[in-house]
Design a protein around this ligand. Structure first.
Ligand SMILES: O=C(CO)[C@@H](O)[C@H](O)COP(=O)(O)O
Ligand SMILES: [Co+2]
Length: 220
């Protein structure tokens, strides 16, 4: 199935002192979703933002908030992020004891559920989750920081996930996150990704460059 390529800029690379304005700027520049990286200094070695900030950003855009949770334990925070305005909540299997239950919990909140595969986590992890997820996220860097280099062998995992999605016959988005730029984006798309997360490559050059950056990442 050929789908339009969606761009989900990671606001981790935005100017945190002007986060509302930055969200409005990428919205006006033509992004599709807004990727919000939530880090706790425990599951990953960095601390970013919580539900209060997601809630404060919500009035700045009507585009889907794609909330990538890198926190452990994760289950106790799902309701707060849904109430704050998340449209998609994506979780790491390593962030809680029962990933299947976590996915069901997210869906019960009326939010789309995503599962993230770290670079060392095999696609096979999805075998018994694929019937329930709305999104699969392949991490092409180890989670925790923006500006890292794309890990090449994750292209093979994107291909494997694309095959699993096709076989499932379900409407599942395949997202890639980490080191996406004008060199890696077309290769991730060729491997089967249809949602590109891009922090550094969206925000470089400041607000006047966002529209061009997004258009080029999309391949046009
Ligand atoms: O989840 C993460 C990092 O953990 C990402 O969303 C990064 O924020 C992407 O940044 P770039 O690699 O595009 O700079
Ligand atoms: Co992310």
């Amino acid at each position: 199935m050929t789908r339009p390529i969606l761009i989900s800029p990671s606001i981790l690379s935005a100017d945190f002192a002007r986060l509302g304005e930055e969200v409005r700027a990428i919205d006006e520049a033509g992004c599709d979703w807004i990727h919000i990286d939530v880090m706790d200094g425990h599951f990953v070695p960095n601390i970013t933002i919580g539900p209060a900030v997601v809630k404060a950003l919500r009035p700045h855009s009507q585009k889907p908030f794609d909330v990538h949770l890198m926190i452990s334990p994760v289950d106790q925070y799902l309701d707060a992020f849904a109430q704050a305005g998340a449209d998609i909540i994506t979780v790491h299997p390593e962030a809680g004891p029962h990933i299947h239950r976590t996915v069901q919990h997210i869906k019960s909140l009326g939010v789309k559920a995503g599962v993230v595969l770290n670079p060392g986590t095999p696609a096979k992890m999805l075998d018994y989750l694929i019937d329930d997820v709305d999104l699969i996220l392949v991490m092409s860097v180890n989670p925790g920081f923006g500006g890292q280099s794309f890990i090449e062998n994750q292209l093979r995992k994107i291909e494997a996930c694309a095959k699993m999605i096709e076989k499932s016959g379900r409407d599942i988005r395949l997202q890639v996150d980490g080191g996406i730029d004008l060199n890696t984006a077309p290769r991730a798309i060729a491997a089967g990704a249809d949602v590109l997360v891009a922090g550094t490559a969206t925000f470089r050059g400041g607000p006047s460059a966002y529209a061009d950056n997004i258009r080029q990442l999309r391949g046009g």
